[in-house]
Each structure stands twice: as C-alpha cells, then as structure tokens.
Ligand binder design. Structure first.
Ligand code: GRF
Length: 228
C-alpha cells in the first residue's frame, strides 16, 4: 500500500446512519462494501420517510435497525429533521449517508452534521441538480454525464464536491439507459467516498472539498469503467 505522510492508517471503525426513500441500491452497495471488508464501517440505522421503501427489506436482511419517520407526522420540517438528528446522535452516528433520500435535508439536521452528510446525485454537478438529473442530461443532449458525491449544505445539490465519475451519454440514450450506466458508477464512488472520509482524507474549505494523497482519487474517468 502506498503510504502518505500525516495519515492515520489504523483508523477506527466509522459509524454510519443511512437515509433512503426507495429502492436502496446505493444503500446495498455500502452494505456490500462493509461486508467485503473494503469499508471499515458499520451502519447503525436506516431511516426512511417511506414505509414501502425496498431499502427497509435490505436493512432487515442485513440485521440493520430501521426506522420509518414520515414528515407528515411532525408539526413542521424543523421538528422532523431535529428528530432525525436526535435518532442519529443517539446511536453515535458520525457520518450520515443520503442514499436516494428524495427530500431536501433540513437545516436542523445540517447544522448538527455540518460536512458530515454525504449525498449522491446522478449527474455531474453543478449541472442538472434536483430531481431527474439523468433525464435533464438526456433532454439537454450532453455527451458526458455521470454522478457526484458531495457534502450536503442548505442548497439543492450545492455542497462541496467530493468525488465524481463520468460516463458517456449517447445520442440514442433514454433516461433509463443513461440511468443504468450512471448507477453502476454510483455504486463504486459512494463507498469510495465513505472510505476516503473514514481514512480522514477529506478536508473542506469554504465550498471546496479536497482529497489528501492522490490527485486522481476524486475523479473516475477511466474509460474502462465508463464503457458499460
Ligand atoms: C440514485 O440514482 C441516486 O443518485 C439518487 O436517487 C437514486 C437512488 O437509487 N439520489 P437507489 O435507491 O440507491 O437505488
């Protein structure tokens, strides 16, 4: 292994809390990365805003505690996100993972986990933020698309960018074909970003996140990865 000065190599186990609203394939990629030993972390809770989320089944299968919290059961957004933060803190969560959590995180959560919340977005930010990033890319006619892992701030997909992967966008792509190509990269870069974090290799200054060590580590543009 290449050694970088100033890094802690015997880093401790990182405690994760995951928020997901749906299918949970990114959640699964993180579970798999932990089980394979790629990630030295544990997931102590899955919180979902949707009682029908398939992510809940995945949690059950892997003995991860799950909690369903619906915004409508709370008086307002602030109380909802304060409650989520309470649940996470109670379990000692150090890093919060938004894995297909289809809501804009509230300030009550962001303030308590500043630069400790990661989100994955299916586009090369700052292009195509918000919903349906892949469809936006197809409709616009870009030739390269991809995905981004970033820290969450108060904006919509505006926080410091940690890592991006690029894929080709072909003229005959549909939202579905492009989404599928991007998703394969999502499943690689999300666990990778968490690993960088767990090794203390991400520093944030203002709106920029930097990766210590290898300047190539924050981008995946290897054509063999993108060509699927
Ligand atoms: C992914 O495309 C992710 O980028 C976006 O929502 C989707 C969630 O997919 N934020 P999954 O639930 O992880 O399968």
């Amino acid at each position: 292994m290449q050694k970088f000065p100033g890094f802690v190599y015997n880093y401790p186990m990182l405690t994760l809390g995951v928020l997901a609203s749906g299918r949970g394939s990114n959640f699964q990629s993180i579970i798999d990365s932990i089980e394979s030993g790629f990630l030295k972390a544990r997931i102590v809770a899955l919180i979902s805003d949707n009682a029908d989320a398939y992510a809940l089944e995945r949690a059950k299968k892997h003995n991860i505690e799950s909690i369903v919290l619906k915004p409508n059961d709370f008086p307002d957004k602030n109380t909802y996100y304060a409650h989520i933060a309470d649940e996470l803190e109670k379990r000692g969560v150090e890093l919060v993972i938004l894995a297909g959590f289809m809501r804009v995180a509230g300030k009550a959560l962001i303030d308590r986990y500043r630069n400790k919340i990661m989100n994955i977005h299916p586009a090369l930010l700052p292009s195509f933020p918000g919903l349906h990033g892949q469809k936006q890319a197809v409709d616009y006619g870009v030739k390269i698309s991809g995905c981004t892992v970033h820290f969450v701030d108060e904006g919509v997909d505006t926080g410091p960018i940690i890592i991006q992967a690029a894929v080709p966008a072909y003229d005959d792509d549909t939202e579905d074909t492009l989404s599928e190509r991007i998703l394969k990269q999502e499943h690689k870069i999300f666990p990778y970003a968490i690993k960088l974090y767990s090794e203390g290799r991400i520093s944030v200054e203002g709106r920029k996140a930097a990766i210590k060590g290898n300047r190539e580590d924050s981008l995946l543009i290897n054509p063999s990865l993108a060509a699927t």
